[in-house]
Design a protein around this ligand. Structure first.
Ligand SMILES: Cc1ncc(COP(=O)(O)O)c(C=O)c1O
Length: 392
């Protein structure tokens, strides 16, 4: 395919094979656990990742999804897993060995946090420095001779913090370490870590890539030489593969990601601007707001669309916050993000995660995934809930 096509076109056509014997336009779902092995002398890759032998090694729907993701992100190759956490664990366990050191964003998804805080140091003797990767000089100062990996979220979950990707890549590469970026909060459309020195880009496809809240998945994208290592260890030998059906669902969702992200971003921008001016609101962080502490990096690294994730808090005690959640009519109180519908989750002041976040977060806050509803309707829902709970 021409490589100067626009993102919307690539999302529709990238990865499509159309080699179905019956001429089907949509990719068939290859629900097969194994494949016929050639008996005509065709070489077979028994390690499995370059031949179709068994579904845990390679399957057609995985390949279609991987190719579409590569076409959209500029990655040479990709590996897809049963969840975002499986993809993250695949990367960390492939590239970190006992005695290695990793630098990790302190603001990160809870499973990533726990892996680096507890399991990797205690079970596998990995040295870990958790810090705020928005503080580039702190990252530079934390590097050790045995640093092998710097892992960043862009934007960070749940604060939407942004880090200086170009400079962190330069720091990582100066000691021969990899920079890995979890770009789940932006999806493959709003930010391009591979263009800014990241060695591997990781997503929970459960979120914006699939976008419809109906299946879990994760992906690892980057150079073939690195992705092959991830496939050989984690896909084939740990086995957390993506089913053909979920790969098909996620590829279908991915085809509309550029359109969805445009809408998520436009609605979230309007909602964030409403929150910023609302007297009931204690603080709001959204990368598209000038008041966001790393707005300049958001402008540099995002494509003018700042995705659908906002964090904010309203004035009032615990009871006010609970009444606010209860009063919401359109917005659903639920975990996860990137779905078609707006989802909100509250981190109360007792949450054990709060100490790792910037000061303004420490009294509690909402993480808000703005869906595809009309911005005026979402704002009206927030406003009426603020009135009902007494914050406004
Ligand atoms: C930034 C980030 N990475 C990874 C994950 C984990 O993804 P999954 O639930 O698909 O395992 C999440 C889930 O919320 C996330 O927000």
């Amino acid at each position: 395919m021409k490589n100067d096509l626009h993102m919307e076109t690539i999302a529709v056509h990238g990865g499509t094979r159309r080699d179905d014997a019956f001429g089907a336009i949509n990719e068939p779902i290859y629900m097969t656990s194994n494949y016929r092995i050639p008996t005509d002398g065709t070489p077979v890759d028994w390690s499995g990742i370059h031949s179709n032998i068994y579904q845990r090694n390679r399957n057609v729907n995985q390949m279609v999804l991987q190719d579409k993701l590569c076409a959209m992100t500029g990655a040479e190759d990709g590996a897809v897993f049963a969840s975002g956490v499986a993809a993250l664990a695949a990367v960390f366990t492939t590239f970190l060995n006992s005695g290695d050191h990793a630098i990790v964003s302190e603001v990160c998804y809870s499973a990533t946090n726990l892996l680096f805080r507890e399991y990797l140091p205690k079970k596998y003797n990995i040295e870990v420095t958790l810090l705020d990767t928005a503080d580039t000089e702190a990252v530079r100062a934390a590097v050790r001779p045995n640093t092998k990996l710097i892992h960043v979220e862009a934007p960070g979950n749940p604060t939407t913090g942004i880090s200086d990707l170009d400079v962190i890549a330069e720091i990582a590469h100066s000691v021969g370490a990899l920079m890995t970026v979890d770009a789940t909060f932006a999806g493959p459309v709003c930010i391009f870590p591979l263009r800014h020195g990241a060695d591997l880009e990781i997503h929970s496809m459960t979120k914006y890539i699939n976008g419809h809240g109906d299946s879990l998945g994760g992906c690892v994208l980057g150079r073939t030489e690195l992705v092959d290592q991830v496939k050989e260890l984690a896909m084939v030998n740990y086995g957390g593969i993506l089913s053909p059906f979920n790969a098909w669902l996620i590829a279908r969702g991915l085809a509309t990601a550029p359109l969805r992200m445009k809408q998520h971003s436009a609605t979230a921008q309007a909602v964030a601007e409403f929150l910023e001016c609302c007297p009931a609101v204690r603080f709001v962080w959204y990368p598209g707001l000038k008041s966001h502490p790393q707005h300049d990096w958001a402008v540099k690294y995002m494509n003018g669309q700042y995705s659908g994730m906002i964090s904010f808090d309203i004035n009032g005690d615990e009871k006010v916050h609970q009444r606010f959640l209860k009063a919401l009519k359109l917005v659903t109180h639920a975990v996860s993000l990137g779905d078609i519908e707006s989802l909100i989750v509250y981190y109360d002041r007792n949450s054990d995660k709060l100490p790792h976040y910037p000061k303004v977060y420490q009294e509690g806050f909402f993480r808000f995934s703005v869906g595809l509803e009309n911005a005026e309707d979402v704002i009206a829902d927030l406003k009426q809930a603020m009135e009902v709970c007494g914050a406004l």
